[in-house]
Ligand binder design. Structure first.
Ligand code: MG
Length: 341
């Protein structure tokens, strides 16, 4: 019984270029896939790797789709190599293999603050809008200056409010220790990816930083979160085996087959934050579906990123303090697919 596979490669300008630790990111590239069963059921998925991630590229995804051809056996879909985690995730979604969602109560969303001093005047209005968790990019400017702004931000937090600090791997050990020292007595939910070395820089260098992260997580009361360190199902398995005690920030669209990993996280009582990889409505729907299916403790979602694109049909749910299940099911993958034609 063959399925019909089609795909559309896209390059979409962000409404506002995204500033990251890797520089300015102006255009999101990826591939949407469409899978039709012999019975006429149609599903969509999105494969959109992060451009700085090692390994999987949009070219490689497109080439793999071309190789699969128009008429595919479901067994062939399962045989897509593990290195193409985004494509595996997209095909799984398009094939309707998503976990069941039991609890559909609304999930809180973290508000995104800009890096640097620009965060200060925005925290108040976002708190007034109803946000309680605020994410601030650090490791961008001078440490001393940023630590000063940290205190100003803490002073502006609403009752019960918390900050998430994301360093995107920018710090060395000493800087990370300075920050974690400072955070100890402050309402900081976690410090995300204080240090990072990519696998492409060699196994020894990577091991050294991963040992350092484990050390930092053990030495300070403020939890440490992994993000760049967990960008595939294989990374996740490695950190689970290492007994990572901190948070996991997971971008479902990058993670290949998460089924086993999520079950293991649940069993370990791990703290998980589901997060966007700045995808279109197709990937957003799948990633949010997986976030709603999570039965562990709920932490504010990292999905307060849309609208990212000019075309409304391509955006995930607009950033608000809560995402409801009906906001997820209202996303229309077919409309997103048609918007690319
Ligand atoms: Mg991050």
């Amino acid at each position: 019984m063959t399925h019909r596979l089609s795909y559309r490669r896209y390059a979409l300008e962000f409404r506002v270029p995204v500033r990251t630790a890797h520089g300015i990111w102006p255009v999101r590239e990826g591939v949407l896939v469409r899978l039709e069963t012999p019975g006429g059921d149609v599903g969509y998925g999105e494969a959109a790797p992060l451009p700085w991630a090692a390994g999987e590229t949009v070219d490689a995804i497109e080439a793999a789709c071309r190789r699969l051809g128009e008429e595919v056996d479901p067994a062939m879909l399962a045989a897509v190599p593990a290195e193409l985690g985004c494509l595996r995730s997209a095909l799984q979604t398009a094939g309707g293999q998503l976990p069941e969602v039991q609890a559909t109560s609304a999930r809180p969303v973290a508000a995104l603050l800009p890096a640097g001093r620009a965060a200060l005047p925005l925290l108040g209005p976002k708190a007034e809008a109803g946000f309680r968790v605020f994410k601030w990019k650090v490791g961008v400017g001078e440490v001393q200056e940023e630590l000063g702004w940290l205190d100003e931000l803490c002073a502006r937090l609403p009752t019960g409010g918390k900050l998430r600090l994301d360093a995107n791997g920018a710090w060395d050990r000493r800087t990370a220790e300075r920050w974690l020292d400072r955070c100890a007595e402050r309402p900081v939910e976690f410090v995300e990816q204080p240090c990072f070395v990519a696998a492409t820089e060699g196994a020894t260098a990577q091991q050294k930083v991963e040992d350092m992260l484990l050390g930092l997580a053990g030495d300070y009361p403020t939890p440490v979160a992994l993000d760049e360190s967990v960008q595939s199902d294989r990374d996740l398995a490695r950190w689970l085996a290492a007994g990572w005690p901190g948070f996991y920030v997971l971008k479902p669209g990058l993670m290949g087959d998460m089924t086993g990993g999520l079950a293991a996280l649940r069993k370990a009582g791990a703290r998980v934050v589901f997060s966007s990889a700045l995808e279109t409505a197709v990937g957003a729907r799948a990633a949010l579906h997986r976030a709603f299916a999570w039965e562990g403790e709920i932490h504010a979602l990292g999905f307060g990123v849309w609208p990212l694109f000019a075309e409304a049909a391509l955006n995930g749910p607009t950033a608000t303090p809560f995402i409801r299940w009906q906001d997820v099911t209202a996303l229309n993958p077919e409309a997103a697919w048609n918007a690319l034609s």
